[in-house]
Design a protein around this ligand. Structure first.
Ligand code: NOJ
Ligand code: NOJ
Length: 397
């Protein structure tokens, strides 16, 4: 795992600030056709920059730390460009050319998880800057970008938007969770910088978002139903089961809504796992490995395949659960969860390239990698899973 973590960090950073783009832009993948992912996606970039902040916090090398934080400062500047560039969906715009120009072709827009994720990442940067005494720099250069995203999220969250898979317009558990997190993060930092009226407004909206979440619980199965109130987009998603639900919990760890061991979470995670275990040939061929996990069972994109980032999200989920059990002194349960997480990592190991390179997907019939090569988000998801494992293993004797 340590070797792969080094590979993931290098390959992730290789997709940041490309030579033909502005500093702080992140390509979703170097792939320029079939599929063309040579864009700065707001969602992917925010998640990638969040892992760069963790790399920064974990590093003890002064020069490396400076290099890493510079990427996030560049990202803050690029965000300002994105927010002020002419686009179709404004702050809810989905993706930009690395030059900073907006993508003006047809697309599922707006996607309202993006500005929420971006705000939370920039707030993390803001906390680092303020703690280091750069208050004025923060207020002048970073806070305006954060405030713009928070204004948008706090006024728009009620309206339908396209989900993180860019396919269905409606209300989404994932989107609402990251919006709630952004508003809670925002309420804290607004208070800290003396913007107390704004802080109260953000907190109020976060509480209102939270009140809409129980509607996503589907009975009698007692599982989370990801997409509600569809107004546009694909119509063939009917199970409601979606790895987006797990991703939402993982992307809001700092402002948790449900515990890892909550019945509705455990049910949702396992119901979806059972669907994929039966659905993909590679799972039937090698059941001793962890189940390769896709986006959702009815997926048709590239034929509907398992993805690295969702399979790694399952590893990370079990590592988080291991950590929670260990903290409660339930060591047998903790060890079992750690071993479960490791099985998903073994699955990923089976399908990555010899050199550790990870695409977006693995073909459901034979496990060969497919779709976008070197997907930046795949590497970010490797890193967050590996760090969660380390965190859990540390407290399990
Ligand atoms: C491209 C999107 O990126 C992907 O998520 C989606 O599944 C396909 N379009 C099909 O709508
Ligand atoms: C398609 C995925 O569905 C979406 O979540 C992602 O943002 C884009 N690809 C870019 O990686």
């Amino acid at each position: 795992m340590a070797t792969q973590t080094g590979v993931a960090q290098r390959r992730l950073l290789a997709n940041v600030s490309p030579n033909d783009g502005l500093a702080g832009s992140v390509i979703a993948s170097p792939s320029r056709h079939d599929p063309d992912y040579y864009y700065h996606w707001v969602r992917d970039a925010a998640l990638v920059m969040d892992t760069i902040l963790t790399m920064y916090e974990r590093s003890t090398d002064v020069a490396e730390k400076r290099h890493l934080i510079q990427h996030v400062l560049d990202f803050a500047n690029f965000t300002r460009v994105n927010q002020t560039t002419q686009t179709i969906a404004g702050i809810g715009e989905v993706k930009f050319y690395v030059s900073g120009d907006g993508f003006l072709g047809p697309w599922g827009r707006p996607q309202n998880d993006g500005p929420a994720l971006r705000a939370s990442t920039l707030i993390r940067l803001g906390k680092i800057l303020r703690a280091a005494g750069y208050e004025t720099y923060f207020l002048n250069s970073i806070w305006p970008a954060i405030r713009t995203d928070l204004e948008y999220v706090s006024h728009e969250w009620k309206n339908p938007s396209f989900d993180l898979w860019e396919e269905i317009k409606g209300d989404h558990f994932y989107t609402r969770l990251v919006q709630r997190r952004a508003l809670l993060d925002g309420a804290e930092i607004a208070l800290a910088v003396g913007d107390s009226g704004f802080s109260v407004w953000l907190k109020t909206q976060a509480v209102l978002i939270e009140a809409t979440l129980p509607a996503h619980i589907s009975e009698p199965a007692h599982t989370i139903f990801e997409n509600l109130h569809r107004v546009d987009g694909v119509w063939y998603k009917n199970s409601g089961l979606d790895a987006a639900t797990v991703l939402g919990l993982l992307h809001t760890k700092s402002q948790p809504y449900l515990g890892w061991a909550d019945k509705v979470v455990v049910n949702s995670v396992s119901a979806l796992e059972r669907r994929f275990a039966a659905l993909y040939q590679i799972n039937l061929n090698s059941p001793q490995l962890g189940t390769a996990i896709g986006r959702y069972p009815e997926d048709r994109y590239y034929g509907g395949n398992p993805w690295f980032l969702t399979t790694l999200a399952y590893a990370e989920y079990h590592y988080e659960l291991a950590h929670e059990y260990a903290e409660l002194g339930k060591l047998a349960e903790a060890k079992a969860e750690l071993a479960l997480g490791d099985r998903y990592v073994e699955r990923v190991r089976r399908h990555v390239d010899q050199n550790g390179s990870m695409a977006e997907q693995m073909w459901r019939d034979n496990g060969y990698m497919m779709s976008a090569a070197d997907l930046t988000w795949s590497y970010a998801s490797w890193l967050t899973a590996a760090w969660a494992r380390e965190n859990a293993a540390q407290i399990i004797p």
